[in-house]
Design a protein around this ligand. Structure first.
Ligand SMILES: [Zn+2]
Length: 415
């Protein structure tokens, strides 16, 4: 078998045949030629037989999937064309996207890996830097995101999430029926969510029945303007977050006091308390469980605050009907208001004020489990996206992992 035939079989690149193979230092260079005579614009459907300045061909290079320990590079001589919309462009190829230095197979692999594992693993395995991974994610999402993701939206959730250090925020919109993130943008205010409704259009906005969110005013304002028929729901996840925030305040106050003591041994023992207190008791590891047991023995304000947080969580456990939940919530609010813990007195006020919206979430069956699960997944992914420099890349990774995107590995695509 000739080497070019062998590489045709090995690479299975669509629309080209291999004309030459060369082994350089650490890299196999495979020269290919397009089968088609027509020139295709890389950015649209435009095709033509007429090349632009036929004698000036351009050599383009793409990185393809590694071959054993070898890097593999594809080389092709391309012609240029003049597209009525895009002007003079180098012709598009069937095995790679426009303006990408990687083949589609290579990009599919990287995008798939990015949803599965961490930065160090990916950059070592595929030997590209993390910013390049971000750019690849952005391109793959632009190509594969389900164009119908904004159809048939009825029950949606809106959430803000911090990305990178604390002053970067993204707003995410989730379809509760499919449990997929369907829209995301930079920012976290009323105007950010207005952008979603603009993209959705008036007709589809009018179909939305319920929107779940946190108890801040920004998103509610946008919903009242753009989808006034929708019921605003404060879902259990965001209600519990209010108590989690109050517990954090109590813990920080105690921590600040301990730090001023001459004997720092107590402060030291207290250092691991944060996660022991915040995580669900079922998810604690052994040392966190021991820390929590210590807090329990000590008792006092922190233990009371912890119990209040857990009691609020218990209000939303299992399949509760609205009536039971409301009576449990009311009891919780009176307990919190008598707790003499200022952050919890405030939390109780907030919850009382938003009681109707909390009830609406129960009536629309927006359970804590439903929202917490997706939220935890998004949070895990967004931490992975910290090293990306653009919000677009971070959004792309969220979409790849939690959105309506069909991801396939190169060998799966062949089927
Ligand atoms: Zn074009």
């Amino acid at each position: 078998m000739r080497v070019t035939t062998a590489f045709n079989h090995l690479l299975q690149l669509p629309g080209v045949h291999v004309t030459d193979v060369q082994f350089g230092p650490q890299v196999v260079s495979v020269r290919v030629a397009l089968r088609r005579r027509l020139l295709v614009c890389p950015d649209c459907e435009f095709t033509t037989r007429a090349a632009y300045e036929i004698d000036r061909e351009v050599v383009s290079l793409w990185r393809h999937l590694d071959l054993g320990v070898w890097r593999l590079q594809i080389q092709a001589k391309l012609r240029r064309l003049e597209c009525p919309t895009h002007g003079v462009r180098v012709e598009g190829v069937p095995f790679a996207g426009a303006r990408s230095g990687f083949t589609t197979d290579f990009e599919s692999l990287v995008a798939w890996l990015a949803t599965k594992t961490d930065k160090t693993t990916i950059t070592n395995l595929v030997r590209i830097d993390w910013k390049t991974v971000g750019r690849i994610c952005t391109r793959v999402v632009a190509e594969r995101l389900d164009l119908k993701r904004l159809d048939d939206l009825f029950k949606i959730g809106v959430d803000e999430i911090s990305w990178k250090k604390h002053h970067n925020y993204l707003t995410l919109v989730t379809n509760h029926d499919t449990r997929k993130v369907v829209w995301a943008a930079k920012g976290k205010d009323t105007a950010t969510l207005d952008g979603f409704f603009t993209e959705l259009g008036e007709d589809k906005s009018a179909e939305i029945t319920a929107v779940s969110m946190d108890m801040g005013p920004a998103f509610a304002k946008s919903v009242r303007t753009n989808a006034p028929q929708a019921v605003i729901c404060f879902d259990p996840f965001h209600v519990i977050k209010v108590a989690v925030g109050a517990l954090e305040e109590v813990r920080k106050d105690i921590w600040r006091e301990l730090r001023t003591l001459p004997d720092q041994s107590v402060a030291k023992a207290f250092r691991g308390a944060r996660w022991a207190l915040l995580k669900n008791p079922d998810d604690l590891n052994d040392s966190q469980a021991a820390t929590l047991a210590g807090i329990r023995r000590t008792g006092g304000e922190l233990w009371r605050a912890y119990n209040l947080k857990e009691a609020l969580r218990a209000c939303f456990d299992g399949d509760l009907n609205a009536e039971d939940t409301v009576s449990m919530l009311d009891r919780w609010c009176s307990w919190a208001q008598r707790s003499r813990l200022e952050p919890f007195v405030k939390a109780a006020r907030t919850i009382r004020k938003h009681r109707d919206g909390i009830l609406a979430a129960i009536n629309h069956k927006l359970s804590n489990g439903l929202i917490e699960g997706l939220n935890n997944k998004v949070r895990l992914i967004i931490r992975r996206a910290y090293g990306f420099h653009s919000a677009d890349a971070a959004i792309a990774l969220v979409m790849l992992s939690c959105g309506p995107v069909e991801l396939a590995l190169p060998h799966q695509k062949a089927a």
